[in-house]
Write a protein that binds this ligand. Structure first.
Ligand code: NAP
Length: 289
């Protein structure tokens, strides 16, 4: 059995699409998990990979994706070399007022999505001693104001990945976590758009509590987003580490991707919480001091 097929979730854009394209160019059989395969087929990034309908919150989609992938693997006599859990959604806002439905959705996509897809594909991975690569973020080991809910979801994925690494050791299944700093992907715009919508989902009192002038806070958030985006790294840098995690004889357990991630990790390790808080509070400035 040749072991060279990979499944990627959230492959319609950003890091997932970049990984799908790079792996396909390297000769891997790529199953690109996307919510809308029709849209994906017309996208350049997904011409080589096979689009698989996969909303990671939908158990029926996951069951059908396993069936589709198994059938093709059998036909082509391939083994599943790995899965890459990339799907994400992100909401900004203080945890006190961010609606529970958004916090749940963030957990459903990032955490339970990763859990359900991984559990469903583990029998195939075990057959071929494949690997698991979970994309978290610097938000998986430190918390910034205004994105606490996202951080909670990423912390959960980190814990799940650590548990898998310990428990799958007897089968030789490696589990790696990818922790990038800012990456140039559509996620920034999507997250800002969700923040713009926040006043439509909470009361005026709640908005005033954290944003005495919503208009001004929104302007700051828009400017902040543009400033942060300028400092992002290209997708290819993250893809390089994902491919290392999938193919290197000795993959790392964690990949801190980019200078910002490495700096943050160092200060998080070095500083007591209250000192680190100054840095964490400075990242998103739309709330008053
Ligand atoms: N961009 C950054 O600065 C950055 C930094 C650190 C870590 N990361 C992490 O990198 C990973 C990839 O993010 P990205 O930056 O590439 O973002 P992205 O371009 O927004 O991609 C997110 C992907 O997730 C998909 N998705 C959303 N909800 C889904 C669901 N219910 N089921 C299946 N797929 C779903 C989206 O599909 P649709 O097109 O259908 O919405 C899209 O393909 C994420 O885990 C993210 O947290 C990103």
């Amino acid at each position: 059995m040749k072991k060279n097929a990979i499944l990627i979730t959230g492959a319609s854009s950003g890091i997932g699409a970049g990984t799908a394209k790079a792996l396909a160019e390297q000769g891997f059989r790529v199953f690109a998990g996307v919510r809308n395969p029709q849209k994906a087929i017309s996208s350049d990034a997904l011409i080589n990979p096979i689009p698989v309908k996969l909303d990671v919150t939908d158990t029926l989609d996951i069951t059908r994706a396993v069936e589709q992938v198994s059938t093709i693997l059998q036909e082509e006599k391939l083994g599943l070399a790995g899965i890459v859990n990339c799907a994400t959604t992100e909401y900004q806002g203080p945890v006190e007022i961010l609606p529970i439905k958004f916090m749940r959705h963030e957990m459903e996509v990032n955490y339970f999505g990763t859990v359900m897809v991984t559990k469903a594909f583990l029998p195939l991975l075990r057959e071929s001693v494949g690997r698991i690569v979970n994309i978290t973020s610097i938000n998986g080991f430190c918390v910034f104001n205004s994105i606490g809910s996202s951080c909670a979801a990423k912390y959960a994925v980190e814990a799940f990945s650590d548990a898998l690494r310990l428990e799958l050791k007897p089968w030789g299944i490696h589990v790696s976590i990818i922790e990038p700093g800012g990456v140039a992907t559509p996620l920034w715009k999507k997250s800002l758009r969700a923040f713009e919508e926040l006043p439509n989902h909470v009361t005026q009192d709640q908005i005033r509590l954290y944003y005495p002038s919503w208009k001004k806070s929104l302007q700051i958030a828009i400017k902040d987003e543009a400033e942060h985006y300028k400092k992002t790294m290209p997708v290819e840098i993250v893809v390089r580490d994902i491919i290392h995690a999938l193919t290197a004889p000795k993959p790392k357990t964690r990949y801190l991707v980019g200078r910002f991630a490495k700096t943050v990790a160092f200060f998080k390790w070095l500083l007591p919480d209250r000192y680190f808080d100054h840095f964490a509070m400075a990242e998103f400035k739309e709330q008053p001091d």
